[in-house]
Design a protein around this ligand. Structure first.
Ligand SMILES: [Zn+2]
Length: 445
């Protein structure tokens, strides 16, 4: 307990914790300590007490400490349109949403919507999000100010969005985006072609060429609805979205949102290309999109992560609901309660998300040397006591209200349920102020 204020002083110690590491073995430390070193990485982790000289100590009082959740598919700025298009098909929803986005979105509006999303995410235990939205510079600014990790990149779709750029100019803008040096997590190393139903083959190939030159990743919707399958078949000569992505050299870089309507051949292609699938069960349920073949994907070794989808289709950014629905849906469809056991679902919400984003060497599990992205659940939550098997507790009982402390990159961003990096009232005011514009944009149609 020496060296106060030295450069090497530990940032934080969490003691008396039930530590869910989500390491390869699924190790749980029943009563342990975790120390965050001066560089924001996990310096020590073990049973009982661990020597440290941290100024700040959190006594977990037996509560679960686990990796921060990773939301591998979302549209953060879409909080502005939450609840605007419900009880309708995805196609009708998009027809309602997209014109509203064109009228309302500005850099300031996207910033407000994204900051609200960051507030909602962090309070609910999400420490990293893969975002797909317009004007992505706004998301980077929110990441910087809030401390939440946001991975993002330019969007591509062949319609006049809030960024009305001809395709060639959009490609040039995307190249400038990719040419900027990335942070250690590669947060800006993404291109986001919306889908194969909203883009032609020539444009998809050009996006693939650009991605190849800059080793960028591809964030894309694929095989979400029956309507999409029909539209893609009509536009791309009878092929499936996965076949189109494979033929255009995009699949090997892809994180595929949804992946519901997959043939056996599609699943084999996804596996062969080492692409990840992001399962978004809340959105899939609400839009009646279908049930993803998670067990078949996993059987072939495909990495499956979890997402909320956008808060206009989700409708919230609650990954605990995704955790619960994912397990329950697969058990129900298989008529077998033993499939997709709790630890596997916990992996989907944490390390598999990190793997999809190719940052599993940095985050996604609690191990010495990794960045300290973690959450501490509430020791006094009635529904979490007792916790004989914390993986089961996480997969079946935890809600957002149980998230007590949130740490990202060694920095405490939520303490005792209170956000430390975002001014809650100013964010809520900014989004409420935009509400009239959103309603006017719909009513004027
Ligand atoms: Zn989406």
């Amino acid at each position: 307990m020496t060296s106060v204020n030295s450069a090497e002083q530990d940032l934080l110690a969490i003691v008396n914790a039930q530590i869910v590491t989500v390491d390869v073995s699924g190790t749980v430390i029943a009563n342990g300590s975790l120390v965050v070193g001066s560089n924001g990485a996990i310096r020590a982790l073990g049973k009982g007490s661990v020597p440290h000289d941290a100024l700040e100590t959190i006594d977990a009082r037996g509560a679960i400490v686990m990796p921060g959740l990773i939301n591998a598919h979302t549209h953060l700025g879409m909080t502005l349109f939450r609840g605007l298009g419900d009880d309708m098909s995805l196609e009708d929803f998009l027809a309602r949403l997209m014109p509203a986005e064109c009228k309302v979105l500005s850099p300031e509006a996207v910033h407000a919507g994204t900051e609200l999303a960051a507030l909602e995410s962090l309070l609910g235990g999400i420490t990293t999000s893969l975002d797909m939205y317009y004007l992505p510079e706004a998301a980077l600014a929110v990441a910087m100010s809030s401390g939440m990790r946001i991975q993002t990149g330019p969007n591509f779709l062949e319609s006049d969005g809030p960024e009305p750029l001809p395709f060639n100019e959009r490609l040039a803008w995307a190249e400038k985006w990719l040419a900027v040096p990335r942070d250690s997590a590669g947060s800006t190393g993404w291109l986001a072609p919306h889908s194969t139903y909203l883009l032609g083959e020539d444009h998809l190939r050009q996006i693939a060429d650009l991605a190849s030159r800059y080793e960028a990743r591809i964030n894309v919707h694929a095989a979400e609805t029956v309507g999409e399958m029909q539209a893609v078949a009509a536009r791309h000569g009878g092929r499936t979205p996965i076949q189109v992505l494979s033929d255009t050299n995009l699949l090997r870089r892809a994180v595929l949102a949804h992946g519901i309507h997959l043939s056996d051949a599609d699943i084999a292609l996804i596996a062969a290309n080492n692409a990840s699938v992001v399962h978004c069960p809340a959105s899939n349920f609400k839009l009646a999109s279908g049930v993803a073949r998670i067990l078949d994907l996993q059987r072939l070794g495909v990495n499956v992560a979890l997402g909320t989808d956008g808060p206009a289709s989700g409708n919230d950014l609650d990954l605990w609901i995704a955790i619960r629905l994912a397990g329950y849906m697969q058990k129900m469809m298989a008529h077998d309660p033993t499939v997709l056991p709790a630890l596997e679902i916990v992996r989907m919400a944490t390390i598999n998300g990190a793997r999809a984003l190719q940052i599993d060497h940095l985050i996604g599990s609690l191990e010495v040397g990794k960045r300290a992205d973690l959450i501490v659940l509430d020791a006094d939550s009635p529904s979490l006591v007792p916790s004989f098997d914390p993986h089961v507790t996480i997969a079946t009982a935890v809600t957002r209200a149980d998230v007590c402390h949130v740490i990202v990159d060694g920095r405490v961003v939520v303490k005792n349920h209170m956000p430390l990096t975002i001014d809650r009232q100013s964010v809520l005011s900014a989004v409420r102020a935009l509400g009239a514009d959103v309603l006017a944009s719909v009513n004027s149609r």
